[in-house]
Design a protein around this ligand. Structure first.
Ligand code: AGP
Length: 608
């Protein structure tokens, strides 16, 4: 998500920090800031692009210190404003903090700090950290950081500097990435390797639960209890372009592999310890969710497929009817909307004009509009009555991958929350689903290890003229998404169909050798799915089944089987789409396509 650069060395810190931040710009951000130490602590931060920050720095006294840090923020808590940009300061203005990640318990921490007399200047979760360190400012800075991180829940990489401890910066990591770059008479800290490559190729990744004390002479590692650690550096052999892709060949592949952490970030802070949901962040009255009697979901493309999964979940868990519609159609028909309806608008970018206009139309008709989006401060987020952010981090590949997974997870959370406030499910039932959701990051990670098998399948079918994707129940939206991924990045004709619908027309496309990808994971319509697979086999199709681990019978009827971990059927698309994304990716690569920038497509579609 956010970009972090820290520097302690022999040269002026500011140009090195700005250069590092520029190398992280590709990730997307909405504000930027720096803190530099010399005989004072200078903090400058601005909403907008780095140029805004540079202009502000040029207009003031340029700090010349050799210790400092910089940050590009991709907003999660609070709009992208100057005040919410990092670094954040404590009450004394002597301690500065930058942060990547989400502090789950920040509302409690903030309340406690305010009670104890602190004044907070931003809406961010990050600022709490500076004030918590301030309360321990009497002692050693690293000790203060160690004591503070024990109070934090969530995911974070933080970097701290203090005017009372010039000559070093301190970092800590839980879940969010942080690396140390070892230079000649200088040491850097960064969220990503590209930020340090102009100064050094010698890197040590900071591991979970570690604190690093960085000086010009090197780095000291310890755990949160202060026990010393001695990790070894490695040499980075990537160029900047490859490093920006995390060592992967393309952003799309990187983003497919980021799905476990993206899903974890979507869940963070939304589930209480008793397994029930806490979505106060929606700022929509729980009574409203009790009073509505119908849900509309509007979205386009991949977001529409996530919405379709949500329809199954909301109807099953809340027993409320759900209508889902492609946003560009919804806005031009005359849907029956009113104050007794909830409209969920799903959009990664929050700027897709059709989804935005559909949401505006629903609001004009009196419907309550909830946005599910990845982009804080987007038009959709600003205009909706409530927002649930997906927290997937910036997605650069045009093909939606991690944002699809996190849209589904955010919509599952929404569905369960509706069930919770409407008392449509017992608390134990909700807690049980949540437990399965907590297992998703690990299950998606395990599914990513199928890459080699999927690559072989891609090699076999790369020259197919048509590929059919079929599924039932939540396997149907997964089939639609598999087909969309394949066609949009490899230009192979692909169609997704409900498997039961084949015999009403599409089965005419099946002839010997046509690949049919069948989503056949365990669910209540699994036996019917097997019959549909038999139908295409009987007409000569090559069936690639995506099935549940341990399903031995499927091998009897499908030529190829990709086994994925067992997941409840309403959650299954989160796991099932991973091999479909990989299949599309490898077919596209084998056909020489530019997977990150497929022809004719844009990441954000702001025209009708
Ligand atoms: C899918 O890979 C595409 N990027 C596309 O279908 C996308 O999901 C659609 O354009 C909607 O975009 P949004 O989520 O930003 O609204």
């Amino acid at each position: 998500m956010c970009g972090i650069v820290g520097y302690v060395g022999r040269d002026e810190a500011l140009p090195i920090i700005l250069e590092g931040l520029r190398r992280l710009e590709y990730r997307g951000y909405d504000s930027a800031g720096v803190a530099v130490l010399d005989d004072r602590l200078t903090v400058v931060k601005r909403a907008g692009k780095l140029e805004e920050l540079v202009r502000a720095l040029e207009a003031g006294d340029r700090p010349s210190g050799t210790v400092g840090m910089g940050h590009t923020r991709w907003a999660t808590h609070g709009e992208p404003t100057d005040a919410n940009a990092h670094p954040h300061l404590d009450c004394t203005g002597r301690i500065a903090v930058i942060h990547n990640g989400i502090i789950e318990n920040f509302a409690d921490l903030r309340a406690g700090l305010e009670k104890r007399g602190h004044t907070l200047a931003s809406e961010t979760d990050t600022e709490c950290i500076a004030h918590l360190i301030e309360e321990r400012a009497d002692g050693d800075l690293a000790d203060a950081v160690r004591a503070t991180v024990k109070e934090l829940e969530g995911a974070y990489a933080i970097v701290v500097l203090s005017l009372d401890d010039p000559g070093r910066i301190v970092g800590a990591k839980v879940s969010s990435p942080l690396i140390v770059g070892l230079g000649d008479g200088e040491t850097l800290l960064a969220s990503d390797i590209p930020a340090v490559l102009s100064r050094t190729t010698s890197v040590i990744p900071v591991e979970e639960g570690q604190v690093v004390e960085v000086t010009a002479d090197g780095v000291a590692f310890s755990d949160f209890d202060g026990a010393q650690l001695f990790p070894q550096p490695f040499e980075v052999e990537w160029d900047v372009a490859r490093a920006q892709k995390g060592g992967f060949d393309d952003f799309m592949l990187k983003e497919i592999h980021e799905q476990p952490s993206a899903i974890r970030d979507t869940l963070v802070g939304r589930v209480r310890s008793n397994g029930l949901l806490s979505l106060d962040e929606l700022h929509m009255d729980a009574d409203l969710f009790r009073e509505v009697n119908k849900v509309f979901v509007v979205a386009c493309g991949t977001a529409f497929h996530a919405g379709l999964v949500a329809k199954y979940a909301i109807e099953h868990w809340t027993r409320m009817p759900v209508e889902i519609e492609i946003a560009s159609e919804f806005r031009y028909r005359d849907p029956v909307l009113g104050p007794d309806t909830l409209t969920i608008a799903v959009s990664q970018s929050g700027e897709t004009i059709d989804t935005l206009e559909a949401a505006r139309h629903a609001a004009r008709q009196g419907s309550h509009v909830l946005a599910v989006t990845n982009t804080v401060g987007s038009s959709l987020a600003r205009e909706a009555h409530g927002v649930l952010y997906t927290h997937a981090g910036p997605e650069i590949g045009v093909a939606a991958t991690k944002t699809f997974a996190t849209q589904m997870v955010a919509l599952h959370l929404t569905a369960l929350y509706l069930a919770q406030v409407r008392v449509a499910m017992y608390p134990e039932e909700i807690a049980e689903v949540v437990e399965h959701m907590n297992a998703l990051p690990q299950q998606v990670k395990a599914t990513l290890s199928l890459d080699g098998q999927v690559q072989d399948l891609a090699a076999r079918y790369q020259n197919a003229r048509d590929v059919l994707f079929i599924g039932r129940h939540t396997g149907y939206p997964a089939a639609l998404e598999g087909a969309l991924k394949l066609k949009e990045i490899s230009y192979v004709h692909a169609e997704g169909h409900p498997a039961g619908e084949l015999k009403h027309g599409p089965i005419a496309l099946v002839e010997p050798g046509v690949p049919v990808v069948a989503i056949a994971t365990e669910c209540h319509v699994y036996p019917k799915m097997l019959s549909n697979i038999q139908e295409v086999r009987a007409r000569g199709a090559d069936v690639i089944a995506v099935a549940t681990e341990g399903d031995e019978a499927i091998g009897e009827i499908a030529q190829h089987v990709v086994f994925v971990p067992r997941t409840p059927e309403l959650l299954a698309p989160v796991v099932v789409t991973v091999p479909l994304q990989l299949l599309a990716y490898h077919v596209a690569k084998l056909r020489g396509c530019d997977v990150d920038k497929p022809r004719n497509l844009a990441k954000s579609v702001t025209v009708e």
